[in-house]
Design a protein around this ligand. Structure first.
Ligand code: ATP
Ligand code: MG
Length: 448
């Protein structure tokens, strides 16, 4: 394992002062997985005050001094150093009531959640791996340290961390650990929304999301109860071979690893259970499910404290996931105007994922239609097509100069011109547009 100089220097400074120190946790796991660690955490038998003393000439921040963690700044890099400790209590299934400083690295490693996270490394002494984390990495296995059920009861966030690690690193969850997750999932209702949301987001962007959802979906029910309501809802349609929940999960697993697209896929059909009807021929319909689903999704995402942009984007994707996009340049320009380029691409990605979760008969033609729309977008962009006010060959100042009165009239006139250009009734040319505006000066000048 290659350590950056500021990390090895910190280790040797602690050791020259008579203490023992290791890098630990995520950075050891990532190195063994062949990935570049994104940060390095250290642990040591020095007590927090002793760490502060050793680094007296450096900036020392008492990050969580009562838990034994201080942050020091080494060559402009923040480094967390934690005193060997164990934890106990956990009355809220999340936080330990007490932490106790201990004297050996092995004791410290035993409080950590998964074997792959419970390894330490020292440049001379090598790896410390009392729970077989290295073998588990080789076998691509995620296994709890100790008794899984007990570990998830202590801290229920570990349940979502497990799904995240499975999804991000493509690890299989070991059988007993899986049983523990499923048994303890109801405890997730007590987890802070922000923490659940952060883990869900990271899980959703994993390249191996199928490892986290297909047989573990009940774990998501406590944080997304709307999903549970889709389980067993049959669709009575020749286009659907799966119940609503399995359709949703297949769509998520088929979607590209983009957080917004995956989150929209996860929620796109939650309105269905409330909208089901059967016609005389025995075909199922879900009229209005996109709009109802959008409202339910907004409510849930607000409760989970997602940021406004994510909520708004996901809601628009859900609203339009089932709306046909006509295969004409005119229609595509309208969609570009309505959603903007990034969100329209995300809508097409969601539609693709949704299609992949339908019966195969339909799939081929639908995917071809979506390809066609993407190609149209590419061509329109290459032709510098106009689909937003900033693409228009005139701006507000140009309109003021020809006598359009200051205020609302300017915006109205710009929007009218954009409409005319998108409908190809006017050419996107400054002189042409100003001439057209001049002709309607009276109309836009009128106070309404
Ligand atoms: P990443 O930094 O990529 O999120 P990580 O595993 O490093 O992953 P951190 O939250 O940085 O996660 O935690 C560092 C280490 O602390 C972990 O590797 C693990 O050993 C331990 N740890 C973190 N959270 C928990 C927890 N809830 N329960 C037990 N051990 C934990
Ligand atoms: Mg980390």
């Amino acid at each position: 394992m290659q350590l950056p100089p500021y990390v090895s220097e910190t280790l040797s400074t602690l050791e020259s002062a008579g203490f023992e120190a290791y890098v630990v946790g995520g950075c050891v796991r990532d190195s063994l997985l062949g990935l570049e660690p994104h940060d390095f955490d250290l642990c040591t038998n020095a007590l927090p005050e002793q760490i502060a003393e050793v680094f007296a000439t450096k900036t020392v921040i008492p990050t969580g001094i009562q838990h034994g963690t201080v942050t020091i700044i080494m060559d402009n890099h923040p480094l967390e150093i934690t005193t060997y400790r164990t934890e106990s209590g956990y009355h809220d299934h999340r936080h330990p009531d007490t932490v106790q400083f201990v004297s050996t690295i092995e004791q410290d490693l035993s409080r950590r959640d998964f074997t792959v996270n419970a390894m330490a490394y020292h440049p001379i002494r090598g790896i410390v791996d009392p729970f077989g984390g290295a073998v588990d990495i080789e076998k691509r296995l995620l296994r709890a340290v100790g008794d899984p059920k007990q570990r998830f009861e202590e801290d229920a966030l570990r349940i979502l961390r497990a799904l995240r690690f499975a999804s991000v690193y493509g690890l299989e969850i070991e059988e007993k650990t899986k049983q523990g997750l499923l048994a303890c999932a109801p405890l997730l209702t007590g987890i802070a929304a922000e923490r659940a949301q952060a883990e869900l987001k990271r899980m959703l962007t994993g390249e191996h999301i199928n490892k986290a959802i297909y047989d573990l979906y009940p774990v998501l029910f406590p944080i997304l109860p709307e999903l549970k309501a889709t389980q067993g809802v049959e669709q009575h349609s020749r286009y659907h071979h799966l119940d609503v929940l399995m359709h949703i999960l297949t769509a998520v697993a088929s979607a590209e690893p983009d957080m917004t697209v995956r989150l929209a896929a996860l929620l796109h059909d939650i309105g269905k259970p409330l909208c089901f009807s059967l016609d005389d021929q025995g075909n199922g319909h879900f009229y209005g499910h996109a709009e109802i689903g959008e409202r339910m999704a907004r409510d849930r995402l607000c409760r989970l404290r997602f940021d406004n942009k994510t909520i708004d984007d996901v809601c628009l994707l859900i609203r339009y996931h089932d709306t046909t996009i006509e295969r004409t340049d005119k229609a595509v320009r309208r969609w570009l105007n309505r959603l903007g380029l990034p969100l329209l691409r995300q809508l097409l990605a969601l539609k693709r994922a949704d299609t992949m979760a339908h019966a195969v008969e339909l799939m081929h033609d639908r995917l071809k239609e979506l390809d066609d729309i993407n190609e149209r977008i590419n061509r329109l962009l290459a032709e510098k097509a106009c689909f937003s006010l900033k693409d228009l060959a005139v701006n507000g100042n140009n309109l003021l100069n020809i006598g359009i009165p200051k205020g609302k009239a300017v915006g109205k006139c710009l929007r009218w011109l954009l409409d005319e250009v998108m409908e190809q009734r006017l050419e996107n040319d400054t002189a042409v547009l100003l001439e057209a505006a001049r002709k309607r000066l009276d109309y836009f000048a009128k106070k309404r």
